[in-house]
Design a protein around this ligand. Structure first.
Ligand SMILES: *[C@@H]1O[C@H](CO)[C@@H](O)[C@H](O)[C@H]1NC(C)=O
Ligand SMILES: *[C@@H]1O[C@H](CO)[C@@H](O)[C@H](O)[C@H]1NC(C)=O
Length: 367
């Protein structure tokens, strides 16, 4: 039990045995302080009251691997831009391989402080798609449970990951509407009033206000790349979606069709989703549609900072330094401009026996 700053000051009463400290800690408005921490992006330790743990200066964030586009059973990949995204804000990335056993992934869950559900596609293999969604949902449900128990755990879903969060929370797959004209589409957000007090976009000062300006600016600095999405009508008519999410923004496709573009958990858990791609601007170069301007890059940096800072609240730790080192992504070599995927500069591949050794990956680097 740790208390800081003004709450510790409260304890300077004439009668302050430990049980009184404990009582004050239990009565302290934790949600408020966690929310202030989440919104501030650049917190002072005095502003933070955590129920279970000190802030974690060595956060580990999982990146969920996904099936390859083409059919290779058991082989999955993740894009290094998600790795670079979390690293840029002071976290280390951990590959969460969707084909790993529940035992392995449950152990990984206890070591990591958050998980990114990636964008992309799961390809045409229904079995692989189902296994992938099942692993993602397992982490989502464990994250909800651990947050509800007072121990923050971050989930951020991007594009397809956003859509999965919608499906998991609504407990049905048909919350998605199809046919949005938003492939390779630089686009801006239309912020709702909730944005200004949110974990993703909130806060005063330059970081909060400038961030919100940049999210809305034209020409836009955010990349959208999707044909499926959730309409405001679906959100309004689905009680589970409404109860789970605050909508921070909607956006419009090229035909003027509106969809939810940013959501975060209504209960104050650091669980959020963006239909747009916060990770691509500084790190992906294959599509000419990706904005690379200074304003675009700072949006990526600010989103990374908020997500990683939220993960610092989690009490999860690897069992040892060795376990932490064994988990981090750099145990495998990435592949630059691999022919296995279309959209990404740099990827990590799992389960491909023919090429997964560092040596053959290095050979691919030289091609
Ligand atoms: C989700 O839906 C399934 C059936 O489709 C049902 O068995 C289950 O209880 C539902 N879960 C929740 C949390 O509503
Ligand atoms: C990789 O090798 C392991 C053990 O050598 C084997 O069980 C697995 O089926 C192989 N995977 C593929 C995709 O060939």
């Amino acid at each position: 039990m740790h208390m800081h700053g003004r709450h510790a000051a409260k304890a300077n009463l004439p009668l302050s045995p430990n049980w009184l400290l404990l009582l004050l800690a239990l009565l302290a408005p934790r949600g408020v302080d966690a929310a202030r921490y989440l919104q501030s992006g650049n917190p002072s330790p005095d502003d933070v009251v955590l129920p279970k743990n000190d802030l974690n200066d060595k956060p580990l964030i999982g990146i969920l691997s996904q099936p390859l586009f083409h059919e290779q059973p058991g082989v999955s990949y993740l894009a290094a831009s998600y790795v670079q995204f979390v690293e840029s804000a002071g976290a280390r990335a951990v590959p969460i391989v969707y084909t790993d056993s529940d035992d392995v992934n449950d152990r990984n869950f206890e070591a990591i402080n958050g998980l990114i559900l990636p964008g992309g596609t799961v390809g045409n293999d229904a079995t692989a798609a189902e296994a992938f969604a099942r692993t993602a949902r397992r982490f989502y449900e464990k994250a909800i449970a651990t947050n509800a128990a007072g121990d923050p755990f971050v989930i951020h879903g991007v594009c397809m990951g956003f859509q999965m969060l919608m499906q998991f929370s609504a407990n049905r797959t048909d919350v998605l509407s199809h046919g949005f004209d938003s492939k390779e589409h630089p686009n801006e957000l239309h912020l709702t009033p909730a944005a200004a007090t949110s974990y993703m976009f909130g806060g005063g000062g330059l970081e909060g206000e400038e961030l919100r300006e940049r999210l809305q600016m034209k020409p836009p600095v955010l990349l959208e790349n999707h044909v499926e999405g959730v309409t405001p009508e679906t959100y309004e008519t689905d009680a589970l979606l409404r109860d789970t999410w605050n909508v921070l923004s909607t956006s419009f496709d090229r035909q003027g069709k509106e969809y939810l573009s940013t959501v975060e958990n209504k209960a104050g858990y650091p669980i959020s989703g963006t239909q747009w791609h916060p990770e691509k601007n500084p790190f992906e170069w294959k599509s000419d549609a990706i904005p690379h301007s200074p304003a675009a890059v700072t949006v990526t940096q600010e989103m990374a900072r908020r997500i990683v800072n939220a993960a610092r609240m989690s009490s999860h730790r690897p069992a040892s330094v060795e376990e932490g080192n064994a988990l981090v992504i750099w145990n495998n070599a990435p592949r630059f401009r691999s022919k296995l995927v279309r959209d990404f500069e740099l990827i990590f591949v799992y389960g491909d026996n023919s090429t997964s050794s560092s040596l053959s990956a290095a050979a691919e680097w030289r091609r």
